[in-house]
Design a protein around this ligand. Structure first.
Ligand code: NAD
Length: 250
């Protein structure tokens, strides 16, 4: 989908961090962007901010309805809503609290699946576009922890690993309808979520990066996301965006 002007786009987690930068990047191309978040972001040109809890199916349907009423059904979906999920599998107090584990899975994995599938069903009913007959593209947000889960990142690792694994599966299933599915696995990015990472872990991750040895900027993520949306030959792929870092055990 080379020309994004006038195309309807949904970005979850669109009030902060990677989602907000992506919403802004999409709006700058002329796409009609709906940014979904627990607390809607501040009004700004080109972005319709909507309240949505991705872990609540009714809330997702209501937000998709509201966005569609304003912009038409989305051909671009970026799932960036997420929560951290630090916990040991077996800690000082014993085995992990399954309620806490499920809560993280509920937002990061089930929220992503809920938005992806509900939006994909609407996308599949749209007219195919261009020489490839593409109807739309979905970009989910995994994490490099999907591949190198660190000690103490229990539920977060499981949620992101599942998002990475589903990429090829969903791409295969949706191909018949001209919908591509991709994911980005970020390293460490300078967002409110990363402010919760202890300084010694930040130091370890940046110093273990190949180059450059710094936090990623949200705009670095948005740039890759836009490029993936535009390039029709990318499909079923999870792309690491991490300055080449390989994580330590903890
Ligand atoms: N920042 C990093 O270093 C990093 C690294 C790897 C992956 N990620 C992933 O990138 C994504 C974006 O994270 P970020 O760093 O921009 O964090 P962030 O905290 O700045 O943004 C996440 C947004 O998701 C929203 N959100 C949380 N739960 C929600 C729910 N139930 N419904 C709707 N919205 C909800 C939050 O309100 C917030 O605005 C997340 O999926 C995160 O796991 C981030």
């Amino acid at each position: 989908m080379r020309d994004l002007a006038g195309v309807a786009a949904l970005v979850t987690g669109g009030a902060s961090g990677l989602g907000l930068a992506t919403a802004r990047g999409l709006a700058a191309t002329g796409a009609r962007v709906a940014a979904l978040d627990l607390t809607p972001g501040e009004a700004e040109p080109g972005i319709l901010h909507l309240a949505c809890d991705v872990a609540d199916e009714g809330s997702v349907v209501a937000a998709l309805d509201a966005a569609e009423a304003e912009h038409g059904a989305a051909r671009i979906v970026v799932n960036s809503a997420g929560v951290p999920g630090s916990m040991r599998l077996v800690g000082r107090d014993g085995p992990v609290d399954m309620g806490r584990f499920a809560q993280v899975i509920g937002v990061n994995l089930l929220g992503t699946v809920s938005v992806m599938t509900k939006a994909a069903a609407r996308m599949m009913a749209l007219e195919p576009l261009g020489q490839d007959g593409e109807r739309g593209v979905i970009v989910n947000t995994a994490s490099i922890t999907a591949y190198e889960g660190q000690i103490g990142q229990g539920a977060y690792v499981a949620s992101k690993g599942a998002i990475a694994a589903m990429t090829i599966q969903a791409a295969r299933e949706f191909a018949a309808k001209g919908v591509r599915v991709l994911a980005i696995a970020p390293g460490l990015f300078k967002t409110p979520m990363a402010s919760e990472v202890p300084p010694e872990v930040v130091e370890a991750i940046t110093s273990d990066s190949i180059f450059p040895r710094r936090f990623g900027e949200p705009e670095d993520f948005a740039d890759l996301c836009l490029s993936m949306i535009r390039n029709p030959m990318l499909n079923g792929e999870v792309i690491r965006l991490d300055a080449g870092v390989r994580l330590r055990a903890s």
